[in-house]
Design a protein around this ligand. Structure first.
Ligand SMILES: [Zn+2]
Length: 578
């Protein structure tokens, strides 16, 4: 019953759009420019079998090659193979692709846009060799970022400096004037402030050290600018909460950086009502540079209102909301992931579920009944089993298999649970660079048996699951070519380990490509719009220096994106951040 209503609603809104589309198309086509990009090495996945409800099974995955791409306005008209004659180009804009490689825009099915943007708005002091070098980096950061209310950063470590001494407010004061500066030490257990920040905080010679904290002082007892442990709160309590304007700045910064990496769409894994507001304000200023498919964070106090408002798609289709994100457990590195048996490197410890079974089931059912796709973070095998049990019970009860529910990460799985993804139509949303970053740690945590079911994307594919790939930025670099490389080689950038880490789990280049294009689009209910370069689909594509399908797999992570296009417009503005 529920699915029926959902389908009808979808059908109705589509007919309305179609009607409007026909009406506005005649008006728009006079304006919409047709563009032909010729002389390219083009690749897209061959069209899935007509009428098939899900992407083609992995063994049917083939690459379609083409040498020219034609689009009008924001939609693909067609591609031309080497054998096909190019059209009469009078009236068209013709771009010479100069033999470069053209791919559909890549999609990251799991990242955190706001945190990534904020990380770009903070100065990174890791690896500095002296206090002077750290100060110089802050000066350059400020020159790049203009006027910020607070300059914030992290990563200094005085033990690595020539001085081997704490830095001081003095070295910052003459350079940053009234702008408060706050810089955390590499371990987060100390912070370095300038005098402007200390004045805002009302800190002076009379300020007492708080319990569990220390203010570093000179011989006369005056604070020198470094605050240890609980004393850090004296400063941080005065850093204003993020305004909507701050959020907009961070989101725009992040989206522009993602475009420079060759990403044309991202699934933002859990946003607040305020971040949704910031996205909508950005939209009012123009299309988002990269498409965002935002999952609503289940913990948000306004969740009920957001669910009641239903799905959202902006008229330019750059912002979509049709899912929610719930977190079932923590991460493996910090031993927060919930395991069925003890951690191999910590007997007696099995991690932690973040929600009671009632809470978890409650969130899932509420979202399903509101017609939302349910995306649950589960890393440990216990969390994954519990979430799959919930899906097995709730999907039939709510008749929502068509909503394509997901498990985010699906990192550690028992063998029998691997089969349940395809059975239940649940999508494992995985991040291939996690495998190559975590490999040594994961083996310590899990031991020799359980590791066989970890990062096991080959076993999932063979069991019929559709895998959406991503990076979980800023936990990992958002660079999708790092992800493609890790998926295909199971090696890091030093080609370690030789032959690949559990190389039997490797994806073929076609499968890896699908996981960052069509299958990621499918995981966002957007496979009719995105993921391949076919007539009527969005003109989202990238131009690359290297032909990743012709180069050695070990070289894929080095791919350089030259141009990124979304909705038929060039959006790439900058080289990616280092
Ligand atoms: Zn995440």
């Amino acid at each position: 019953m529920f699915t029926l209503m959902f389908t009808l609603k979808k059908f109705a809104s589509r007919s309305v759009l179609l009607g409007l589309g026909l009406f506005s198309l005649t008006g728009m086509q006079a304006l919409a420019q047709t563009t032909l990009i010729s002389n390219i090495q083009g690749y897209s996945l061959a069209q899935p079998v007509p009428g098939s409800a899900s992407p083609a099974a992995s063994e049917e995955r083939t690459l379609q090659r083409f040498t020219a791409l034609q689009f009008t306005g924001n939609r693909i008209d067609r591609v031309y193979s080497a054998e096909e004659a190019l059209p009469d180009t009078s009236g068209m804009t013709v771009i010479d692709g100069q033999g470069k490689t053209l791919l559909p825009g890549l999609i990251d099915a799991h990242g955190h846009v706001l945190s990534y943007g904020l990380s770009l708005l903070r100065v990174d002091l890791t690896g500095t060799a002296s206090e002077q070098e750290a100060v110089q980096r802050i000066v350059e950061f400020q020159q790049r970022n203009g006027s910020l209310d607070w300059i914030q950063g992290r990563g200094w470590n005085q033990v690595l400096w020539d001085s081997n001494a704490f830095p001081t407010a003095q070295s910052l004061d003459s350079l940053f004037g009234d702008t408060p500066v706050w810089l955390s030490r590499v371990d987060g257990h100390a912070g370095w402030a300038n005098t402007a920040a200390m004045q805002i905080a009302g800190v002076d010679i009379l300020t007492q050290d708080p319990n569990g904290g220390q203010i570093i002082r000179d011989a006369e007892g005056r604070p020198t600018g470094v605050f240890v442990d609980n004393a850090m709160d004296l400063i941080t309590a005065n850093i204003p909460e993020l305004s909507i304007e701050d959020q907009k700045l961070a989101l725009r910064k992040a989206l522009n950086a993602l475009a420079a990496y060759g990403m044309t769409s991202v699934h933002d894994a859990g946003i607040s009502a305020r971040t949704l507001e910031a996205y909508k304000e950005l939209l009012a200023e123009g299309p988002l540079p990269v498409r965002v498919n935002a999952m609503l964070g289940a913990g948000d106090p306004e969740l009920e209102t957001l669910l009641a408002a239903g799905h959202f798609t902006s008229p330019d289709e750059t912002l979509t909301v049709n899912s929610i994100k719930i977190s079932a457990d923590g991460a493996l590195g910090s031993r927060g992931a919930a395991l069925i048996e003890d951690y191999s490197d910590m007997p007696g410890h099995r991690g932690l579920l973040l929600l009671s079974p009632e809470q978890l089931g409650g969130y899932m059912e509420t979202a399903m009944r509101a017609g939302f796709q349910v995306n649950v973070h589960a890393i440990g095998d216990d969390a994954n089993r519990l979430v799959l049990d919930n899906f097995a019970r709730l999907i039939p009860q709510t008749d929502t298999r068509a909503l394509r529910h997901r498990i985010e990460h699906a990192q550690v799985l028992q063998y029998q649970d691997i089969l349940r993804f395809a059975e239940l139509g649940v999508i494992p949303s995985m991040q291939s660079t996690h495998a190559t970053s975590d490999k040594n740690m994961a083996q310590d945590r899990l031991g020799e048996i359980r590791i066989q079911g970890a990062y096991a994307w080959r076993k999932l594919l063979d069991a019929g699951a559709v895998i959406a790939n991503g990076s979980d930025f800023p936990v990992e670099s958002p660079n999708p070519f790092f992800g493609l490389h890790a998926a295909i080689t199971r090696q890091d950038h030093q080609n370690e380990p030789a032959g690949g880490w559990f190389p039997e789990e490797r994806m073929t280049p076609e499968e890896a490509f699908a996981s960052f294009t069509l299958d990621a689009a499918y995981a966002g209910h957007q496979e009719e719009l995105l993921g391949t370069l076919e007539p009527g689909k969005a003109a989202d594509f990238i131009l690359l220096e290297q032909d990743i399908f012709a180069s050695a797999p070990s070289e894929i992570w080095k791919a350089q994106v030259l141009e990124t296009w979304v909705n038929g417009k060039r959006v790439m503005e900058a080289t990616p951040p280092q």
